[in-house]
Design a protein around this ligand. Structure first.
Ligand code: AMP
Length: 361
């Protein structure tokens, strides 16, 4: 594969036009690249920043072929791009990260099997194809446990908790998936994530882990540094770099971990794209996760992931963004709004990052 970077002025095609695509487009513009966005919605957040928006369905192969003809490299801001679409793109332009990575990460079982195959620790899990599998596996996994649809789950959607006495038949019917994964519940001390970039030359750059607090399965706050030992932070970064290399990734990877009460690390989930828990890098690092993503995708050398400040990033969910006059007036608060027209309960409308002088690792 050529390691010559695409020159500024080249066009990046992004599948998905949400806030991740929007902030990627802003970073691309900073470096002189053009962005085309593919998203079926009218006026999605990224299209307000992009040079061109194709509003077609993700499986509209005619639209995909036309879109591909106008770009120099393709990437995505969400992992559920249909496989035939990725295959069509791969016939025309470089796709970074490559389609095989999407294939692995689109399916929670394939993802966990991949991790186990490269020696990365996860919670105990097993495959469930129906109520009989669930009855057989539940005693082995124990309770509490969590049953997750293997595909299309995010922010806790498609998940059911199992406790002693849970009616397994009912929980299976309620989940409504054709295939699921049953995971042992982790009594974690905290949740952290590491964002790692990997360039076209195989070099990696990992950001400091953030400590992530969720409410109703949605990320509320990411704090850096995380309240963990420096050794655990180092181990998490090394693990994220190992996974990125094993995937032969070119782009960005978010690795979500549980830190167990005895200081161990279990990987919960991967995302091969910018991640909500990495938004703090926009204000606290020389090179943000979005710039790093653009650099990797166009083949530029990666920037430094070093941070100059400590940071607390808070998501603005639903109507919280309406406090923009106060947030804009708050000294030291950096306000980011995503340009979404409709405010809905729990919807990510923006975020605010508060900085403090750097401490810790
Ligand atoms: P996920 O969609 O897999 O990222 O899960 C969303 C959230 O549910 C995680 O961030 C955890 O807070 C919680 N969760 C998921 N799986 C487990 C598990 N096996 N044990 C404990 N908590 C979990």
């Amino acid at each position: 594969m050529t390691t010559t970077p695409l020159p500024p002025g080249s066009t990046i095609g992004i599948f998905g036009g949400g806030q991740l695509g929007r902030m990627t487009a802003l970073a691309a513009a900073k470096l002189g690249y053009r962005v085309h966005v593919f998203d079926p919605e009218a006026d999605p957040p990224a299209a307000q920043i992009a040079n061109f928006h194709c509003a077609a369905a993700y499986d509209d192969q005619k639209a995909v072929a036309e879109f591909a003809a106008g770009i120099d490299v393709a990437t995505f801001e969400f992992e559920n791009v249909p496989s035939p679409t990725v295959a069509r793109l791969e016939g025309v332009v470089p796709v970074r990260p490559r389609g095989e990575i999407l294939h692995i990460i689109q399916d929670r079982l394939r993802e966990k099997d991949f991790l186990r195959g490269i020696g990365v620790a996860t919670t105990a899990y097993g495959q469930v194809d129906g109520p009989a599998d669930l009855r057989a596996l539940a005693p082995k996994i124990g309770v509490p446990a969590v049953l997750k649809a293997v595909r299309l789950g995010y922010d806790g959607k498609g998940q059911r908790r199992l406790d002693a006495g849970t009616d397994l038949e009912a929980v299976w019917q309620d989940l409504g998936a054709s295939q699921a994964i049953l995971e042992a519940w982790v009594d974690f001390a905290c949740e952290i994530s590491v964002i790692v970039a990997r360039g076209i030359d195989g070099k990696t750059a990992a950001y400091a882990p953030s400590e992530n607090r969720h409410a109703d399965h949605i990320l509320r706050q990411a704090t850096v540094p995380a309240a963990i030992d420096a050794k655990i932070a180092c181990d998490a970064q090394a693990c994220a770099e190992k996974i990125a290399a094993a995937l032969d990734l070119v782009g960005l990877l978010a690795v979500e971990f549980f830190v167990t009460r005895d200081g161990g690390l279990l990987v919960n989930e991967l995302a091969p794209r910018p991640h909500n828990s990495g938004h703090w890098t926009m204000d606290a690092c020389t090179t943000s996760q979005f710039e790093q993503f653009v650099r990797a995708v166009v083949g530029l050398p990666l920037g430094t992931p070093a941070r100059h400040s400590d940071a607390v990033m808070t998501n603005l969910l639903g109507e919280e963004w309406l406090a923009w006059p106060e947030l804009a007036a708050e000294p030291g608060a950096s306000l980011h709004l995503y340009g979404k027209k409709e405010t809905r309960k729990g919807r990510k409308m923006g975020h605010v990052t508060r900085l403090a002088p750097k401490t810790g690792f």
